[in-house]
Ligand binder design. Structure first.
Ligand code: NAG
Ligand code: NAG
Ligand code: NAG
Ligand code: NAG
Length: 395
Protein backbone atom coordinates (compact mmCIF):
# COMPACT_ATOMS: atom_id res chain seq x y z
CA UNK A 1 0.00 0.00 0.00
CA UNK A 2 2.73 2.40 0.99
CA UNK A 3 4.75 1.49 -2.06
CA UNK A 4 1.76 2.00 -4.31
CA UNK A 5 0.97 5.45 -2.99
CA UNK A 6 4.65 6.36 -3.20
CA UNK A 7 4.70 5.55 -6.90
CA UNK A 8 1.48 7.50 -7.40
CA UNK A 9 3.01 10.38 -5.55
CA UNK A 10 6.06 10.39 -7.79
CA UNK A 11 3.88 10.62 -10.87
CA UNK A 12 1.95 13.49 -9.33
CA UNK A 13 5.20 15.07 -8.28
CA UNK A 14 6.44 15.13 -11.87
CA UNK A 15 3.28 16.76 -13.14
CA UNK A 16 3.31 19.30 -10.33
CA UNK A 17 6.94 20.30 -10.73
CA UNK A 18 6.48 20.84 -14.43
CA UNK A 19 3.66 23.31 -13.86
CA UNK A 20 4.63 25.05 -10.64
CA UNK A 21 7.88 26.80 -10.28
CA UNK A 22 8.85 25.65 -6.80
CA UNK A 23 11.44 23.29 -5.49
CA UNK A 24 9.76 20.17 -4.15
CA UNK A 25 10.80 18.22 -1.09
CA UNK A 26 9.15 14.88 -0.87
CA UNK A 27 8.94 12.91 2.31
CA UNK A 28 10.88 9.74 1.79
CA UNK A 29 12.14 6.60 3.43
CA UNK A 30 9.39 6.30 5.99
CA UNK A 31 9.39 3.03 7.84
CA UNK A 32 6.51 0.61 7.75
CA UNK A 33 6.44 0.66 11.53
CA UNK A 34 6.34 -3.11 12.09
CA UNK A 35 3.37 -3.68 9.82
CA UNK A 36 1.38 -0.72 11.12
CA UNK A 37 0.83 2.47 9.19
CA UNK A 38 4.10 4.15 8.18
CA UNK A 39 5.47 6.79 10.52
CA UNK A 40 6.66 9.86 8.62
CA UNK A 41 7.70 12.04 11.55
CA UNK A 42 11.42 12.07 10.77
CA UNK A 43 11.10 12.45 7.02
CA UNK A 44 8.44 15.16 7.50
CA UNK A 45 10.83 17.16 9.66
CA UNK A 46 13.66 16.47 7.23
CA UNK A 47 11.66 17.71 4.25
CA UNK A 48 10.60 20.78 6.23
CA UNK A 49 14.20 21.64 7.13
CA UNK A 50 15.27 21.52 3.50
CA UNK A 51 12.23 23.44 2.27
CA UNK A 52 12.66 26.10 4.94
CA UNK A 53 16.31 26.57 3.98
CA UNK A 54 15.53 26.84 0.28
CA UNK A 55 16.36 30.27 -1.15
CA UNK A 56 13.46 29.98 -3.62
CA UNK A 57 9.81 29.07 -3.05
CA UNK A 58 9.69 25.49 -1.80
CA UNK A 59 7.12 22.80 -1.48
CA UNK A 60 6.83 19.87 0.90
CA UNK A 61 4.87 17.12 -0.75
CA UNK A 62 3.06 14.40 1.15
CA UNK A 63 1.49 11.69 -0.98
CA UNK A 64 -1.87 10.01 -0.55
CA UNK A 65 -2.27 7.34 2.12
CA UNK A 66 -2.46 7.29 5.89
CA UNK A 67 0.63 8.13 7.89
CA UNK A 68 1.46 8.32 11.57
CA UNK A 69 2.94 11.62 12.68
CA UNK A 70 4.13 12.45 16.19
CA UNK A 71 4.24 15.90 17.72
CA UNK A 72 6.21 18.25 15.42
CA UNK A 73 7.25 21.91 15.52
CA UNK A 74 7.84 23.45 12.10
CA UNK A 75 10.03 26.31 13.13
CA UNK A 76 10.93 29.30 10.95
CA UNK A 77 12.08 31.73 9.92
CA UNK A 78 12.45 30.34 6.42
CA UNK A 79 14.40 31.76 3.52
CA UNK A 80 11.37 31.80 1.24
CA UNK A 81 7.65 31.01 1.08
CA UNK A 82 6.99 27.36 1.94
CA UNK A 83 4.01 25.36 0.74
CA UNK A 84 2.75 22.10 2.16
CA UNK A 85 0.91 20.03 -0.33
CA UNK A 86 -0.76 17.18 1.48
CA UNK A 87 -2.70 14.44 -0.23
CA UNK A 88 -2.97 11.95 2.60
CA UNK A 89 -4.21 11.66 6.15
CA UNK A 90 -1.88 12.33 9.04
CA UNK A 91 -2.70 10.57 12.29
CA UNK A 92 -1.69 11.75 15.73
CA UNK A 93 -0.82 9.29 18.49
CA UNK A 94 -4.14 8.49 20.18
CA UNK A 95 -2.68 8.33 23.67
CA UNK A 96 -2.34 11.85 25.16
CA UNK A 97 0.58 10.71 27.32
CA UNK A 98 2.65 10.45 24.13
CA UNK A 99 2.72 14.27 23.96
CA UNK A 100 5.22 16.51 25.74
CA UNK A 101 3.56 19.80 24.76
CA UNK A 102 0.11 21.20 23.99
CA UNK A 103 0.44 21.11 20.21
CA UNK A 104 0.47 18.31 17.67
CA UNK A 105 1.51 20.14 14.48
CA UNK A 106 2.91 23.56 15.32
CA UNK A 107 3.83 26.18 12.71
CA UNK A 108 5.97 28.81 14.35
CA UNK A 109 7.76 32.05 13.37
CA UNK A 110 7.05 31.69 9.65
CA UNK A 111 6.48 34.52 7.18
CA UNK A 112 4.93 33.16 3.97
CA UNK A 113 3.21 29.80 4.30
CA UNK A 114 0.67 27.82 2.30
CA UNK A 115 -0.95 24.71 3.71
CA UNK A 116 -2.95 22.95 1.05
CA UNK A 117 -4.96 19.76 1.36
CA UNK A 118 -4.77 16.82 3.70
CA UNK A 119 -6.51 15.59 6.82
CA UNK A 120 -5.11 16.01 10.32
CA UNK A 121 -6.67 13.31 12.47
CA UNK A 122 -6.13 14.02 16.16
CA UNK A 123 -7.65 10.68 17.26
CA UNK A 124 -9.18 12.45 20.26
CA UNK A 125 -11.51 9.82 21.70
CA UNK A 126 -9.21 8.59 24.46
CA UNK A 127 -8.35 12.16 25.43
CA UNK A 128 -12.00 13.31 25.61
CA UNK A 129 -12.81 10.43 27.93
CA UNK A 130 -9.95 11.47 30.24
CA UNK A 131 -10.71 15.22 30.18
CA UNK A 132 -11.64 16.46 33.67
CA UNK A 133 -10.92 20.17 33.15
CA UNK A 134 -14.46 21.12 34.19
CA UNK A 135 -13.66 19.90 37.74
CA UNK A 136 -9.87 19.92 37.96
CA UNK A 137 -8.23 23.36 37.76
CA UNK A 138 -4.80 21.76 37.32
CA UNK A 139 -5.82 19.41 34.57
CA UNK A 140 -3.31 18.70 31.86
CA UNK A 141 -3.65 20.84 28.71
CA UNK A 142 -4.33 18.44 25.89
CA UNK A 143 -2.77 18.99 22.47
CA UNK A 144 -4.36 21.18 19.81
CA UNK A 145 -4.27 19.68 16.31
CA UNK A 146 -2.82 22.73 14.52
CA UNK A 147 -1.10 25.68 16.12
CA UNK A 148 -0.08 28.79 14.24
CA UNK A 149 2.26 30.80 16.47
CA UNK A 150 3.59 34.08 15.08
CA UNK A 151 2.89 33.16 11.48
CA UNK A 152 2.29 35.85 8.89
CA UNK A 153 1.15 36.02 5.29
CA UNK A 154 -0.24 32.53 5.28
CA UNK A 155 -3.09 30.68 3.65
CA UNK A 156 -4.59 27.39 4.73
CA UNK A 157 -7.03 25.88 2.29
CA UNK A 158 -8.87 22.66 1.58
CA UNK A 159 -7.53 21.21 4.81
CA UNK A 160 -9.54 19.02 7.22
CA UNK A 161 -8.99 18.70 10.94
CA UNK A 162 -10.63 15.72 12.56
CA UNK A 163 -11.24 14.69 16.19
CA UNK A 164 -8.71 16.96 17.85
CA UNK A 165 -7.97 16.17 21.50
CA UNK A 166 -8.50 19.83 22.40
CA UNK A 167 -9.03 22.93 20.18
CA UNK A 168 -8.66 22.01 16.52
CA UNK A 169 -6.79 25.18 15.59
CA UNK A 170 -5.15 27.84 17.74
CA UNK A 171 -3.95 31.08 16.17
CA UNK A 172 -1.63 33.23 18.26
CA UNK A 173 0.37 36.33 17.32
CA UNK A 174 -0.42 35.97 13.62
CA UNK A 175 -0.76 38.63 10.94
CA UNK A 176 -2.60 38.05 7.65
CA UNK A 177 -3.69 34.45 7.89
CA UNK A 178 -6.58 33.08 5.81
CA UNK A 179 -8.46 29.82 6.20
CA UNK A 180 -10.51 28.94 3.18
CA UNK A 181 -12.52 25.82 2.38
CA UNK A 182 -11.39 24.57 5.73
CA UNK A 183 -13.19 21.69 7.44
CA UNK A 184 -13.47 20.87 11.11
CA UNK A 185 -15.09 17.64 12.17
CA UNK A 186 -15.62 16.19 15.66
CA UNK A 187 -18.67 14.86 17.51
CA UNK A 188 -21.04 17.34 19.18
CA UNK A 189 -20.25 15.84 22.58
CA UNK A 190 -16.44 16.03 22.32
CA UNK A 191 -15.02 18.21 25.09
CA UNK A 192 -13.35 21.60 24.51
CA UNK A 193 -12.86 20.97 20.81
CA UNK A 194 -13.22 24.60 19.65
CA UNK A 195 -12.92 24.81 15.87
CA UNK A 196 -10.67 27.83 15.33
CA UNK A 197 -9.52 29.93 18.28
CA UNK A 198 -7.81 33.24 17.57
CA UNK A 199 -5.94 35.45 20.02
CA UNK A 200 -3.62 38.45 19.72
CA UNK A 201 -3.70 38.41 15.94
CA UNK A 202 -4.37 40.90 13.17
CA UNK A 203 -6.11 40.20 9.89
CA UNK A 204 -7.37 36.65 10.15
CA UNK A 205 -10.01 35.49 7.67
CA UNK A 206 -12.14 32.38 7.94
CA UNK A 207 -13.96 31.90 4.65
CA UNK A 208 -16.29 29.26 3.20
CA UNK A 209 -15.54 26.93 6.03
CA UNK A 210 -17.52 24.13 7.57
CA UNK A 211 -17.27 23.42 11.30
CA UNK A 212 -18.90 20.56 13.20
CA UNK A 213 -17.57 20.19 16.72
CA UNK A 214 -18.22 19.97 20.47
CA UNK A 215 -17.42 23.56 21.52
CA UNK A 216 -17.29 27.01 19.89
CA UNK A 217 -17.00 26.80 16.11
CA UNK A 218 -14.98 30.00 16.14
CA UNK A 219 -13.80 31.73 19.31
CA UNK A 220 -12.00 35.04 19.45
CA UNK A 221 -9.85 35.78 22.46
CA UNK A 222 -8.29 39.04 23.55
CA UNK A 223 -6.24 40.98 21.01
CA UNK A 224 -8.21 39.70 18.01
CA UNK A 225 -8.24 42.55 15.48
CA UNK A 226 -9.65 42.78 11.96
CA UNK A 227 -11.17 39.33 11.88
CA UNK A 228 -13.51 38.27 9.05
CA UNK A 229 -15.71 35.19 9.37
CA UNK A 230 -17.65 34.76 6.15
CA UNK A 231 -19.60 31.91 4.62
CA UNK A 232 -19.06 29.65 7.62
CA UNK A 233 -21.45 26.83 8.47
CA UNK A 234 -21.43 25.87 12.14
CA UNK A 235 -23.09 23.02 13.98
CA UNK A 236 -23.11 20.99 16.02
CA UNK A 237 -21.11 23.30 18.23
CA UNK A 238 -21.42 26.27 20.58
CA UNK A 239 -21.62 28.94 17.88
CA UNK A 240 -19.42 31.85 16.87
CA UNK A 241 -18.15 33.57 19.99
CA UNK A 242 -16.17 36.58 21.02
CA UNK A 243 -14.65 35.82 24.39
CA UNK A 244 -14.73 34.87 27.01
CA UNK A 245 -13.01 38.13 27.94
CA UNK A 246 -11.97 39.72 31.20
CA UNK A 247 -10.63 36.71 33.03
CA UNK A 248 -6.95 37.69 33.01
CA UNK A 249 -4.86 40.82 33.63
CA UNK A 250 -3.56 42.81 30.66
CA UNK A 251 -5.93 41.47 28.05
CA UNK A 252 -5.65 43.35 24.76
CA UNK A 253 -8.73 44.94 23.12
CA UNK A 254 -10.85 43.06 20.62
CA UNK A 255 -11.75 45.23 17.63
CA UNK A 256 -12.98 44.91 14.08
CA UNK A 257 -14.88 41.64 13.90
CA UNK A 258 -17.07 40.97 10.87
CA UNK A 259 -19.21 37.86 10.89
CA UNK A 260 -21.29 37.70 7.72
CA UNK A 261 -23.22 35.21 5.61
CA UNK A 262 -22.98 32.34 8.08
CA UNK A 263 -25.37 29.45 8.76
CA UNK A 264 -25.60 28.02 12.26
CA UNK A 265 -27.48 24.76 12.75
CA UNK A 266 -28.40 22.84 15.91
CA UNK A 267 -25.84 24.74 17.98
CA UNK A 268 -25.96 25.75 21.66
CA UNK A 269 -25.47 29.40 20.68
CA UNK A 270 -25.55 31.46 17.54
CA UNK A 271 -23.48 34.63 17.68
CA UNK A 272 -22.37 35.79 21.10
CA UNK A 273 -20.06 38.03 23.07
CA UNK A 274 -19.18 36.72 26.52
CA UNK A 275 -17.30 38.36 29.38
CA UNK A 276 -16.72 37.21 32.95
CA UNK A 277 -18.32 38.84 35.97
CA UNK A 278 -15.92 40.27 38.59
CA UNK A 279 -13.62 40.72 35.61
CA UNK A 280 -10.43 42.56 34.81
CA UNK A 281 -10.67 45.69 32.67
CA UNK A 282 -11.10 45.14 28.95
CA UNK A 283 -12.40 46.51 25.66
CA UNK A 284 -14.38 44.91 22.83
CA UNK A 285 -15.55 47.17 20.02
CA UNK A 286 -16.53 47.34 16.37
CA UNK A 287 -18.13 43.88 16.14
CA UNK A 288 -20.69 43.12 13.45
CA UNK A 289 -22.90 40.10 12.85
CA UNK A 290 -24.87 40.30 9.62
CA UNK A 291 -26.81 37.96 7.33
CA UNK A 292 -26.89 34.98 9.63
CA UNK A 293 -29.23 32.02 9.20
CA UNK A 294 -30.11 30.20 12.44
CA UNK A 295 -31.59 26.70 12.31
CA UNK A 296 -32.80 25.42 15.66
CA UNK A 297 -30.16 27.31 17.67
CA UNK A 298 -30.61 27.60 21.44
CA UNK A 299 -29.36 31.17 22.04
CA UNK A 300 -29.26 32.72 18.61
CA UNK A 301 -28.22 36.27 19.60
CA UNK A 302 -26.45 36.72 22.89
CA UNK A 303 -24.34 39.24 24.76
CA UNK A 304 -23.56 37.70 28.14
CA UNK A 305 -21.50 39.86 30.48
CA UNK A 306 -22.09 37.45 33.34
CA UNK A 307 -20.52 34.42 31.67
CA UNK A 308 -19.72 31.87 34.35
CA UNK A 309 -19.65 28.37 32.92
CA UNK A 310 -19.14 26.28 36.03
CA UNK A 311 -20.69 28.68 38.57
CA UNK A 312 -17.32 29.34 40.16
CA UNK A 313 -17.42 33.13 39.98
CA UNK A 314 -18.69 36.12 41.93
CA UNK A 315 -21.65 36.53 39.65
CA UNK A 316 -23.02 39.61 41.45
CA UNK A 317 -19.92 41.74 40.69
CA UNK A 318 -20.34 43.32 37.24
CA UNK A 319 -17.91 42.87 34.37
CA UNK A 320 -15.43 45.65 33.60
CA UNK A 321 -15.16 44.82 29.92
CA UNK A 322 -16.56 47.67 27.87
CA UNK A 323 -18.58 46.56 24.86
CA UNK A 324 -19.34 49.11 22.15
CA UNK A 325 -20.17 49.52 18.48
CA UNK A 326 -21.93 46.24 17.90
CA UNK A 327 -24.46 45.39 15.20
CA UNK A 328 -26.78 42.45 14.75
CA UNK A 329 -28.46 42.73 11.36
CA UNK A 330 -30.52 40.44 9.17
CA UNK A 331 -30.55 37.47 11.50
CA UNK A 332 -33.31 35.00 10.73
CA UNK A 333 -34.45 31.43 11.27
CA UNK A 334 -35.48 29.32 14.23
CA UNK A 335 -34.59 29.42 17.91
CA UNK A 336 -34.52 26.27 20.04
CA UNK A 337 -35.26 28.28 23.20
CA UNK A 338 -37.71 30.99 24.18
CA UNK A 339 -35.18 33.80 24.66
CA UNK A 340 -34.08 34.28 21.06
CA UNK A 341 -32.30 37.58 21.68
CA UNK A 342 -30.56 38.34 24.97
CA UNK A 343 -28.39 41.40 25.48
CA UNK A 344 -27.17 41.25 29.09
CA UNK A 345 -24.67 44.09 29.51
CA UNK A 346 -22.66 45.11 32.54
CA UNK A 347 -24.40 47.16 35.21
CA UNK A 348 -21.13 49.02 35.84
CA UNK A 349 -20.21 49.69 32.20
CA UNK A 350 -23.31 49.48 29.97
CA UNK A 351 -22.95 48.51 26.32
CA UNK A 352 -22.74 51.48 23.96
CA UNK A 353 -23.79 51.87 20.34
CA UNK A 354 -25.56 48.55 19.87
CA UNK A 355 -27.66 48.27 16.74
CA UNK A 356 -30.34 45.61 16.21
CA UNK A 357 -31.92 45.53 12.75
CA UNK A 358 -34.10 43.06 10.87
CA UNK A 359 -34.38 40.14 13.24
CA UNK A 360 -36.79 37.35 12.44
CA UNK A 361 -36.39 34.42 14.84
CA UNK A 362 -39.20 31.97 15.46
CA UNK A 363 -39.55 29.68 18.49
CA UNK A 364 -42.16 26.94 18.34
CA UNK A 365 -41.84 25.37 21.82
CA UNK A 366 -44.77 25.01 24.27
CA UNK A 367 -43.52 28.01 26.32
CA UNK A 368 -43.36 30.19 23.20
CA UNK A 369 -43.44 32.55 21.43
CA UNK A 370 -39.86 33.85 21.30
CA UNK A 371 -38.81 36.83 23.42
CA UNK A 372 -36.05 39.42 23.37
CA UNK A 373 -34.50 40.57 26.66
CA UNK A 374 -32.09 43.42 27.24
CA UNK A 375 -30.40 45.02 30.26
CA UNK A 376 -27.96 47.89 30.60
CA UNK A 377 -28.14 48.79 26.94
CA UNK A 378 -30.22 51.21 24.82
CA UNK A 379 -29.95 49.76 21.38
CA UNK A 380 -30.77 51.45 18.13
CA UNK A 381 -33.62 49.34 16.73
CA UNK A 382 -34.83 49.26 13.14
CA UNK A 383 -36.52 47.09 10.53
CA UNK A 384 -38.42 43.88 11.22
CA UNK A 385 -38.30 42.83 14.87
CA UNK A 386 -39.66 39.39 15.56
CA UNK A 387 -39.65 38.92 18.55
CA UNK A 388 -40.27 42.57 19.52
CA UNK A 389 -36.83 43.96 20.39
CA UNK A 390 -35.89 44.28 24.06
CA UNK A 391 -39.46 43.76 25.25
CA UNK A 392 -38.27 42.78 28.74
CA UNK A 393 -35.26 43.20 31.01
CA UNK A 394 -32.99 40.15 31.24
CA UNK A 395 -34.52 37.71 33.71
C1 NAG B 1 16.30 7.36 0.97
O1 NAG B 1 16.74 6.08 0.60
C2 NAG B 1 17.52 6.04 -0.60
C3 NAG B 1 17.81 4.60 -0.95
O2 NAG B 1 18.15 3.86 0.20
C4 NAG B 1 18.79 6.87 -0.39
O3 NAG B 1 19.55 6.89 -1.58
C5 NAG B 1 18.40 8.28 -0.01
O4 NAG B 1 19.55 9.03 0.29
C6 NAG B 1 17.49 8.28 1.20
N1 NAG B 1 17.02 9.64 1.45
C7 NAG B 1 17.04 10.21 2.67
C8 NAG B 1 16.52 11.58 2.76
O5 NAG B 1 17.43 9.60 3.65
C1 NAG C 1 -1.41 38.04 2.89
O1 NAG C 1 -0.84 36.76 2.70
C2 NAG C 1 -1.08 36.21 1.42
C3 NAG C 1 -0.55 34.78 1.40
O2 NAG C 1 0.83 34.74 1.59
C4 NAG C 1 -0.43 37.10 0.35
O3 NAG C 1 -0.70 36.59 -0.93
C5 NAG C 1 -0.96 38.51 0.48
O4 NAG C 1 -0.28 39.37 -0.40
C6 NAG C 1 -0.79 39.03 1.91
N1 NAG C 1 -1.46 40.32 2.04
C7 NAG C 1 -0.82 41.39 2.46
C8 NAG C 1 -1.64 42.63 2.58
O5 NAG C 1 0.38 41.39 2.73
C1 NAG D 1 -22.74 32.76 1.49
O1 NAG D 1 -22.19 31.52 1.94
C2 NAG D 1 -22.59 30.41 1.16
C3 NAG D 1 -21.99 29.18 1.79
O2 NAG D 1 -22.30 29.10 3.14
C4 NAG D 1 -22.12 30.60 -0.28
O3 NAG D 1 -22.57 29.53 -1.05
C5 NAG D 1 -22.64 31.92 -0.81
O4 NAG D 1 -22.08 32.16 -2.09
C6 NAG D 1 -22.28 33.08 0.10
N1 NAG D 1 -22.91 34.30 -0.37
C7 NAG D 1 -22.26 35.48 -0.37
C8 NAG D 1 -23.06 36.65 -0.86
O5 NAG D 1 -21.11 35.61 0.01
C1 NAG E 1 -17.69 53.66 17.82
O1 NAG E 1 -18.25 54.27 16.69
C2 NAG E 1 -18.31 55.68 16.77
C3 NAG E 1 -19.15 56.22 15.63
O2 NAG E 1 -18.91 55.50 14.46
C4 NAG E 1 -16.87 56.20 16.76
O3 NAG E 1 -16.85 57.61 16.83
C5 NAG E 1 -16.16 55.62 17.98
O4 NAG E 1 -14.80 55.99 17.96
C6 NAG E 1 -16.24 54.12 18.00
N1 NAG E 1 -15.78 53.62 19.29
C7 NAG E 1 -14.72 52.84 19.39
C8 NAG E 1 -14.33 52.47 20.78
O5 NAG E 1 -14.09 52.45 18.43
Amino acid sequence: MAIKSYVGALLLLLSFSSTINAQVFQIENYSANGGGIPDITQSFLGAWKKACASPTRAKVFIPGGTFALSEVVLEGPCKSHVEFNIHGTLQAPADPSRFRTDGWVVFQHIDGLTLLGGTFDGQGRIAWAQNDCNKNQNCRTLPTNLRFNFVSNAIVHDVTTLDSKNFHVNVLGCNNLTFQHFHVNAPGNSINTDGIHIGRSLGVNILDTDIKTGDDCVSLGDGSRQITVKGVTCGPGHGISIGSLGRYDNEEPVSGVFVTNCTITGAQNGVRIKTWPASKIGIATDMHFEDIQMNNVANPVLIDQGYCPWNQCQAEIPSLVKISNVSFKRIRGTSASKVAVKIACSKRIPCENVEIADINLVYRGPDGPATSECSNVSPLISGVQNPPACAKPVS
